[in-house]
Design a protein around this ligand. Structure first.
Ligand SMILES: Cc1cc2nc3c(=O)[nH]c(=O)nc-3n(C[C@H](O)[C@H](O)[C@H](O)COP(=O)(O)OP(=O)(O)OC[C@H]3O[C@@H](n4cnc5c(N)ncnc54)[C@H](O)[C@@H]3O)c2cc1C
Length: 420
């Protein structure tokens, strides 16, 4: 009999399985999808390689450092800072410490007042103190309220914080917990925001190496009994002493009947093939004006090889607007891009409109007090998922570690604080 069946080959499930296998346990991982990785997936389409949604890996995440060989991922760091765009007008807001070449442009950038640039420097100094995980504790409030209390102007919020951190939280209103804002800000200072050259799928691929992962196996239900748990799947019944449910939160709720589903934050991504690129900008582009586009990225400028010869790849993030039909969304985004780059946009090809219904879960102030634990009412069944910590790569991986630590009775692993 298998010691542990892990349901879900996302980052949480794969991390749990690796920790258990390393400790000598016999583990199998099941996933309903065609490939492991869950929300970290990369499409290859007509010579283009693009991730399912715009995601980046913060190399400072502690769980990432414990479990991934970053060198083998062949990471490309995104240039620090961003291009702030309002229609045809664009300026660069760089990181004055890491990006000396952009220093003058950054000081002169008018979208963000000088006083706010100095406030960013003070904030950075404050958030550098102490261990990063301590930033997930302490007083909590909405991120926009926290920034206003630090004196930031509406112009700074609209031109930088909303599109930049809105793109991370998938919430431009910045109603997300300020604790998370402070933690991610620190992660950006302590490491790089990077993407594997060949796609985000390289991360789960690395974790899955050496594991017994069975794809296209959909788990229907779990039935604990005296000797373990029977798992009913489309590929037949399986037996295990323990089960770790590492599915997405709505599916964890269905399989375990625990109240783990905290809601879903959707996001939509559009990918364009451009025969002529109107810019060589490899930085993240933030839309500082109201509109459909939150941010955009010339993926093939930052990550050579993502587009076939003579072509370029643009990834656009849209937050909200669930009622717009794909064609209307595409037309609206193209209209905004025409305002940025001119009439040449009409020659671009839309590769895909991708709607992700559960990209993250909502994380309002004090959300951590409502997080579920790893245990369930079903004997022998544990949970590993972002939903026990934070909706991020760190959150998923640390949850997998912790579920494994519980089964291994590893006191140090069980008591590691969130975010550490
Ligand atoms: C667009 C987007 C942008 C993001 N940006 C970032 C970012 O920049 N930085 C960051 O740190 N995080 C980011 N995240 C969040 C991060 O990707 C997730 O928090 C993390 O991948 C969740 O991992 P997980 O293992 O908990 O769940 P999942 O990745 O959802 O894995 C669950 C797995 O379970 C499988 N499954 C579900 N039900 C069943 C069943 N019944 N039987 C068998 N298998 C099942 C699914 O197929 C899936 O493979 C982003 C997410 C998205 C979607």
């Amino acid at each position: 009999m298998t010691d542990t069946l892990v349901i879900g080959a996302g980052l949480a499930g794969l991390t749990a399985a690796r920790a258990l296998q390393r400790a000598g346990r016999h583990v199998r991982v099941l996933d309903a999808a065609e490939h492991p990785g869950g929300r970290l997936h990369t499409h290859t389409d007509d010579g283009f390689t693009y991730d399912a949604g715009f995601q980046v890996l913060f190399t400072a995440y502690p769980a990432v450092r414990r479990h991934l060989n970053l060198h083998a991922l062949d990471l490309i760091a995104l240039p620090p800072g961003a291009e702030l765009r309002r229609g045809a007008h664009a300026e660069v807001l760089g990181d004055p410490i890491r990006d000396r070449a952009a220093l003058t442009r950054t000081v002169l950038a008018r979208s963000v007042p000088l006083a706010d640039k100095l406030r960013v420097a003070h904030l950075a100094a404050d958030l550098r103190r102490g261990p990063a995980h301590a930033l997930l504790r302490g007083p909590d409030e909405r991120t926009d309220a926290f920034l206003r209390a630090r004196g930031f102007s509406d112009r700074a919020l609209d031109a930088f914080f909303r599109p930049f951190f809105g793109g991370i939280f998938l919430n431009r209103e910045l109603t997300t917990s300020a604790r998370l804002f402070r933690y991610y800000f620190r992660m950006l200072m302590d490491g790089q925001a990077a993407i594997p050259r060949r796609g985000m799928r390289e991360i789960p691929r690395q974790l899955a190496r050496g594991l017994h992962v069975m794809c296209r196996v959909q788990v229907h239900s779990l039935h604990p009994h005296a000797g373990g748990v029977t798992v009913l799947t489309n590929a037949g019944d399986l037996e295990a002493r323990n089960v770790i449910v590492a599915a997405d939160p709505p599916e964890i709720a269905r399989l375990t009947r625990e109240r783990v589903h905290l809601g879903s934050v959707p996001a939509t991504y559009l990918y364009y093939a451009a025969p002529d690129a109107p810019t060589a900008q490899p930085r993240l582009i933030l839309n500082t004006a109201p509109g459909l586009i939150n941010n955009a990225h010339w993926t093939s400028h930052a990550l050579p090889g993502r587009a076939p010869g003579g072509q370029h790849l643009l990834t656009v993030t849209v937050l909200g607007h669930p009622d717009l039909h794909d064609d209307a969304l595409d037309a609206g985004v193209r209209e905004e891009l025409r305002g940025w780059y001119g009439p040449g946009v009409h020659a671009w090809r839309t590769l895909r409109v991708e709607r992700l219904a559960h990209a993250q879960y909502p994380q309002p102030p004090e959300y951590a007090a409502t997080l579920p634990g790893h245990g369930t009412a079903l004997p022998g069944v544990l949970i590993a998922s972002e939903v026990t910590s934070m909706s991020s790569i760190q959150g998923a991986m640390e949850s997998g570690e912790k579920a494994a630590a519980i089964l291994l009775n590893d006191a140090a692993g069980m008591s590691r604080p969130r975010g550490a």
